[in-house]
Design a protein around this ligand. Structure first.
Ligand code: GLU
Length: 553
């Protein structure tokens, strides 16, 4: 290397940096079992956590761990203008909450572990500089002092000439500039970017291979892309190549919006003298709108934001189950065959991922899965989790439930433990308020109008007498069957048919069916026409509450 070039590089990178060889030693090949996958998720902390990011993270984590490999959470924060404070930690916290456990990187808010770090790109500047310096020395990169105006003029010129736009070949303004010109620009106080001197030819087709998309012919990259910005930080393209090499990533699993950049990325690996990892580009999660599929959108769909599910009180395990459903369609059969198994026992397959179209998001399906899971939890667990949710999201409900936890637990226990078909009434904790509010005096409502309607349905029977006759024989210990037998007896005395068939044969003889009379009692006690079995509801409420409500008539 001549002295002028040496001086130029020295001016660009005045401090001592590790050499590429030293970096290889510092971050050696990992010793892992054969075929172990090292995967990573590499979010840019630019705002909320997208549902699709958790999907990609789960897939990456599962594939790593089921192959006895490693899963890394790396933060790609080189775009300081787009960064939103706190969102790197939010991502870490979210993964942790979902049990998607990273082995290295930002494993929880503010806590980084692993020997291949730092795991925040903004803290890795000196590592990138080592390689940029190395590329400058080899003549595979050069400083570029083009101003935004220069680039705009270039674009206009290319358009006028009918040429492909971009910074390439003879259009690359600083590619062939001399060392003297670069020095002069530095002397003038200008700050350069560093560009890759692309060895590619756009006319040449290369075959790229993606695990999901398959083999595709694509033009070689010939763009002299920016690898280091004026702020000294690299661009995503360059940083990911360096990081995935040094972190010894074996599989890059990422959104397919990056697929068009694959020729560039493969070129970067080649120029740096490295073997590229395997790539799998995921099709985005789709949503049906007006009979058409479209990408689940950050701007349009509140459910694209993972916080939506926390707010609504979905169980994290329901989301995980649902994501596995989206990832591999055979998960559902596996789950049916293994109802109690840990989802981690499911062999997730990269090959079976829905590819070209992307999986279809369906909130109703998620609700069903969630209801199913909640229905299988015991009352104590439901109470604890509902309380934890309410504490954050519905303080009034929290206070209500917390006042008498045993009572709350008894409510959740209705038609739950030990019954063959537990109730599936709660899909997310935001539904709890509506499901249980009538059990508490503070939130019980029975409008005069509803009461009047219920009385009218009695068809002239005396409401007070009906109820007090029933309460005279009512025993809290009765089973629902005995309860109903007793109720029918009393209803019959007040002119109701004991059975629907009796009523059908002789409708004129009765005021209605016993069931209609029971409906009146239900409305009186709960303010609702639909509740779990009234016998259980009364048991849980206890005689005192029941009597108090009866006083209303
Ligand atoms: N930071 C990139 C993004 O958020 C990550 C892409 C990748 O996984 O390599 O889209």
């Amino acid at each position: 290397m001549n002295t002028d070039k040496h001086n130029l590089i020295k001016r660009l990178f005045p401090t001592t940096l590790l050499t590429p060889d030293e970096l290889e030693q510092k971050y050696p090949e990992r010793t892992l079992p054969l075929n172990a996958m090292v995967t990573r998720v590499a979010p840019s902390p630019t705002g909320f956590v997208h549902f699709g990011s958790i999907y990609a993270s789960l897939i990456s984590e599962r594939l790593a761990h089921q192959s006895d490999g490693l899963f890394i959470l790396r933060i790609e924060d080189t775009d300081k203008k787009r960064e939103v404070a706190g969102t790197a930690d939010l991502f870490a916290e979210t993964l942790k909450r979902y049990g998607i456990i990273a082995d290295e990187g930002l494993i929880e808010p503010g806590k980084e572990v692993g020997n291949y770090g730092p795991y925040k790109q903004s803290e890795r500047a000196s590592i990138y500089h080592s390689y940029i310096k190395h590329l400058l020395e080899k003549g595979d990169a050069y400083p570029c002092f083009a101003t935004p105006e220069d680039l705009e003029a270039l674009r206009a010129r290319q358009e006028a000439m009918g040429e492909r736009s971009g910074y390439y070949g003879h259009f690359a303004l600083w590619r062939e500039k001399s060392i003297e010109e670069a020095m002069a620009a530095l002397d003038a106080g200008l700050q350069p970017v560093i560009r890759l001197k692309s060895p590619g030819n756009f006319q040449t087709k290369i075959m790229v291979d993606d695990i999901l998309i398959g083999k595709r012919e694509m033009p070689e990259n010939d763009q002299d892309i920016v690898i280091m910005k004026t702020d000294g930080l690299p661009t995503y393209h360059f940083a990911h190549a360096v990081d995935d090499h040094l972190m010894r990533t074996t599989h890059v699993i990422r959104g397919n919006e990056w697929f068009p950049s694959l020729p560039l990325h493969l070129q970067l690996f080649a120029v740096l003298g490295w073997t590229a990892p395997a790539y799998a580009h995921l099709a985005p999660i789709q949503k049906m709108e007006d009979g058409k599929k479209r990408k689940l959108s950050k701007r349009k769909d509140p459910e694209a934001n993972i916080e939506y599910y926390r707010q609504a009180g979905y169980l994290e395990e329901a989301i995980i189950e649902y994501l596995l459903n989206l990832a591999n369609s055979n998960f559902e059969d596996w789950r049916r065959a293994n109802p109690a198994a840990d989802y981690r026992d499911f062999p997730l397959s990269l090959k079976k991922l829905a590819n070209s179209n992307g999986p279809l998001f369906d909130l109703a399906k998620l609700n069903d899965i969630s209801k199913d899971i909640i229905s299988r939890l015991d009352a104590k667990t439901v109470t604890e989790r509902a309380l934890a949710w309410a504490k954050e999201h519905d303080v009034k409900l929290f206070e209500l439930m917390n006042k008498d936890r045993a009572y709350t637990e008894a409510i959740f226990n209705i038609e739950r433990s030990g019954v063959p078909k537990p109730r599936k009434d709660i899909g997310r904790f935001e539904e709890v308020r509506n499901e249980i509010s009538y059990f508490f005096e503070e939130t019980f409502v029975l409008s005069d109008e509803d009461l009047k309607t219920a009385i009218a349905d009695l068809n002239g029977a005396e409401p007070k007498a009906l109820v007090s006759d029933f309460m005279a024989v009512y025993d809290e210990k009765d089973s629902p069957e005995v309860w109903f037998e007793k109720f029918k007896e009393v209803a019959a005395r007040h002119g109701f048919a004991k059975s629907p068939s009796d009523y059908k044969t002789n409708p004129d003889k009765f005021r209605g069916q016993a069931g209609t009379a029971a409906k009146f009692l239900r409305v009186l006690l709960t303010g609702r026409t639909q509740t779990p079995n009234l016998c259980y509801v009364m048991q849980v409420m206890g005689k005192e509450r029941v009597m108090k409500r009866i006083e209303r008539i």
